[in-house]
Design a protein. Sequence first.
Length: 77
Amino acid sequence: MDKLIIAIAQGLVEEKDAVRVTVDEPDEEGTVVYHLHVASGDMGRVIGKQGRIAKAIRTVVRAAANRAEMKVAVEID
């Protein structure tokens, strides 16, 4: 799942080396939280106008997680 997030984010940003993902352990509900870190100059590219790109990233990742029968959340830090 983290490779999917990295692939999507690297397609959006200018500083591809700054993209990294950290993963939290599942919480009591079984939800795994992925934290996406990008360079501060690329933050607007990943979030998008009114958060549309961020919402699209979360939708794609949730769809992939649903196929794997997982619960995930994506945080953009």
